[in-house]
Design a protein around this ligand. Sequence first.
Ligand SMILES: Cc1ncc(COP(=O)(O)O)c(C=O)c1O
Length: 339
Amino acid sequence: MENIDWKCLPFGYLKTDFNIRCVYKNGKWGKMEVSTSEYIDIHIAATGLHYGQEAFEGLKAYMGKDGKIRLFRWEENAKRMISSAFGIMMAPVPSEMFKEALLKVIELNRKYVPPYGSGATLYIRPVLYGSGAEVGVKPASEYTFIVFVTPVGPYFKGGIKPVNMMICRDYDRAAPMGTGIYKVGGNYAASLRAIESGHHGGYANIIFLDSRERKYIDECGPANFFGIKNNTYITPKSESILNSITNMSLLDIARNMGMKTERRQVPIEELSSFIEAGACGTAAVISPIAKIFDPENSKVYEYCKNGEPGADTLKLYNKLVSIQNGDEPDPFGWVTIVD
Ligand SMILES: Cc1ncc(COP(=O)(O)O)c(C=O)c1O
């Protein structure tokens, strides 16, 4: 694409040429269709609009040095979307159909896959919502599945940069035994005020605590948390956080690099014992945490005193990004070449 400045792309929406759509009606999925429109026609009583029957996914395609496009762990996104559909009683999208839609939308928008070395990637957004009309609170009988793509710039322009975070004491993102483990829109609506209050205070993001006792770390906005000490990668186990595919991958890479790993409750006080800490997710891969501020007691937990990410964080980041880009072999079988 001659008129896209790949190096200056923001992490935002840019129109591409095609998207994929499919409708579930009368108990079965219909034919997959290609659309050139950025808009949808939606019934005024669709459950996706009124009762939050909506789930989405986010994954990326990477252009390699070899000119091949790589998709990272799409099977996990497919599984998670099935789990989200189960959580809010929507028709699930079968994995094979999910894969077919991804491959088709990438192929059709091939010219929007950013070149190798630009730092940009093709972000893929599958979305599923109740499109059938209901007025009573019940699941719809019709669902729409859409996949669109948009090229996005790197989350951090100047490379991996430590950020400051604030513990959120005023809002919960999800209730215990609620929908926090699903990637449904309602969780994100519930997090907006909290994230905005963090931004207002000058923080890159906020850290949610467990909403039952407010004693343990849950998540960092739309990313999972990890801390590192004693050659151990530690990440919260909670009944209300999204199971991050980036985090799952970092756990495997950490073990592979000879680190120990723990997935367990992480009490707030433990923040003072970590040597490194970070947030992880598809968008930024890893956001190293420089400082965490706790407004309850004005305590500050500091990690990157020299303004640079810690050594283990950097090793984990480099390894994962190299596998995603195809710069290093993929011993885990995570990458699918799009052809
Ligand atoms: C709430 C939340 N937690 C964690 C993540 C990170 O998940 P993943 O690594 O699969 O992108 C995301 C982003 O998808 C998220 O929205």
